[in-house]
Design a binder for this molecule. Structure first.
Ligand code: GDP
Ligand code: MG
Length: 311
């Protein structure tokens, strides 16, 4: 284990991959891994890329990688895949699209499952990002699945959230999706090579005005990831947001709130596994019969189980 951690810290890509696999599988060593790497984390700029499937997130990330490489930065990427972590299809698709840089030493790309989170950002996604952070990647990009909770959840782990929008996707609907406008720090209108991108950008500006005054006014950037235009601007505002967070009270507030959510998520995970274990031990057919016959009730039973756990 120590050897693996040392190799990972020294930038050994296979060791880093192995560490991520261990936390992803929730192996017995995963807590120790996290305890060891945690003090070395907190240096990377974590960028969340969210937006509907097909908006061009992976294509944009691929371009963005090149921008950061040009600045001499090392870039880690985690793409959250909706299917099981061990199947191939979508993972390969994402990898192929990002392939340009996949072999360069400065870039680490990894797909991870969203197990138990219905497309959301799971603990292991966060842990994967922390590992990359601790292993010296300056920038860690997390691409979400782009459906449901994953879009909003990204704010729990990203310093900077980029929302990718596109023309011709039922613009009003995609922009007004509950909670998304509020969490985006940067709006990227991708596929600007297509008609209607200006309109989407203008709509976003109107919606932003409706949200009221804010210290950080989210920039709206027109990008064509296909033609590679506007990506440099996107990179610049991402860096600007990072600088803003570093020096503002908002940055501190955000880091604290993320840490709070992190502690709570770990606590919840620990507690629910204790509860599960206790319930499994207690459960038997006789007890189920008693419950059905109303000889006991789930409330009293739960109370007893909790009492036993607390003791
Ligand atoms: N016209 C155009 N197509 C794009 C652009 N960016 C991505 N695409 C295409 O949109 C499709 C979905 O892209 P992908 O990156 O997989 O989207 P994701 O599901 O959000 O990751 C692919 O066919 C891309 O080639 C762009 O800037 N312009
Ligand atoms: Mg993708």
């Amino acid at each position: 284990m120590n050897n693996l951690l040392e190799r990972a810290a020294a930038g050994d890509i296979r060791a880093i991959g192995r560490l991520i696999s261990l936390v992803e599988a929730e192996s017995s060593s995963s807590k120790d891994i996290m305890k060891t790497i945690y003090p070395k984390s907190g240096r990377a700029h974590v960028i969340g890329i969210t937006g509907s499937p097909g908006a061009g997130k992976s294509t944009f990330v691929n371009r963005l990688i090149a921008q950061f490489l040009a600045e001499g930065k090392r870039v880690g990427v985690i793409a959250i895949d909706p299917s099981s972590p061990f199947t191939g299809g979508a993972i390969l698709g994402d990898r192929l699209r990002m392939q340009d840089h996949a072999l360069e030493e400065e870039v680490f790309i990894r797909s991870m499952g969203s197990r138990g989170n219905l497309g959301g950002v799971s603990r292991s996604t966060h842990e994967g990002a922390l590992i990359l952070d601790a292993c010296g990647y300056d920038v860690v990009i997390v691409e979400t699945v782009g459906v449901g909770q994953s879009e909003v959840d990204i704010v729990k782990i990203a310093d900077t959230v980029c929302l990718i929008l596109t023309p011709g996707m039922g613009d009003d609907v995609q922009i007004m999706k509950a909670g998304i406008m509020e969490i985006a720090d940067i709006f990227v209108v991708n596929k600007a090579d297509r008609e209607g991108a200006d309109k989407v950008a203008a709509d976003v500006q109107v919606m932003l005005k409706m949200l009221g005054e804010r210290e950080w006014v989210p920039p709206v950037v027109l990008v064509s990831s296909q033609k590679n235009t506007g990506v440099d601007q996107a990179k610049e505002v991402i860096n600007k947001h990072s600088a803003y967070l570093a020096e503002s009270a908002e940055g501190r507030r955000r880091r604290w709130s993320q840490l709070e959510m992190e502690v709570e998520a770990i606590l919840r995970g620990e507690i629910s596994s204790i509860v599960e274990k206790e319930w499994k031990e207690r459960r038997n057919d006789g007890l189920m019969e008693d419950l059905s016959a109303r000889k006991c009730d789930p409330y009293t039973l739960s109370g007893e189980i909790i009492q036993k756990i607390i003791k």
